[in-house]
Design a protein around this ligand. Sequence first.
Ligand code: KQY
Length: 368
Amino acid sequence: MLMSTPRADGFRMPAEWEPQRQVWMIWPERPDNWRSQARPAQVAFAAVARAIARFEPVTVGASAQQYEQACAQLDHPSIRVVEISNDDAWARDTGPTFVRNASGEVRGIDWTFNAWGGHDGGLYAPWQNDDQVARKVLAIERCRRYRTDGFVLEGGAIHVDGEGTLITTEECLLNPNRNPHLDREGIEQVLRDHLAVDKVIWLPHGLYNDETDGHVDNFCCFVRPGEVLLAWTDDRRNPNHERCRAALAVLQAQTDAKGRALTVHRMPIPGPLYATRDECASVLSVPGTQPRDPATLLAGSYVNFLIVNGGIIAPAFGDPCDEPARRMLQGLFPEREVVMLPGREILLGGGNIHCITQQQPAGHMNDS
Ligand code: KQY
């Protein structure tokens, strides 16, 4: 474990579109989060892993109990299954954030994880296995590790352009259930020191009903330096209407770290999407975990996609917006193949494809 910071050591977080070595995932199994003993979610996760494996290697962490099941469903030459204890399956948030230096060495940041709010609105307890996922991933990869004891962050709470700009939401990062000891400036300083960013753009909110307190990765992302994709609705009755407008106003008023004005592309929000009564009933009800209710508007979003080497892996929802969303993504990433996969089962668990994946940039490990 390193006691310095990535920036001081010459490391920065690469943009997602930079070359990748592999993608990490965690195998789902919690019956109080995933319906029907997580069987439908496992099918959906396996489809995501196979789709990514067309472009680059995938490593999936599975608990000892689920190891055989995961191996059986993930049997593919480019997919490796390793045993990693976990509390749930959100590799974006429990995995490390990788950083790289100019000579190509890759290290990882092991943020403190508190299940999206700890005992003040968090989604489950305990979360100790999840808090150790990043450390185990970095050990498997022989990457050096920066640990931020006392600073809570999930990977889904940030996006970077790789050129010094970071976007996040106030709803999440200023929430007192993350880092109550730090104000906005203090939080920005940790982000600057660890990710080597110079400009933090704060959107007021994420998507309505996002269980994570509004992770940016379900709402807005960079598609290239100077250009962002924002979830959008023109429907005044949609509770996201004001959130989208507020985000647009911030994005249009800001420049990025290089002084560029941002181009904002508007991606339609699917739906409205709801879980069925049967889907809710087949999630085990356990005190302290997220209750499932068919009246709750789901936070479905096409922005929750993953960029891989040569591809875009995006969720579809069986919605009339699926095809326009696919065309829009293809237009934004003409040099990559857009692959859309059923995202509903992952959405029912509280996130989507970006939330269940963590890219590891290309590069080499420990230099010494
Ligand atoms: O979307 C995410 N990044 C995590 C969502 C966790 C939901 C647990 N029910």
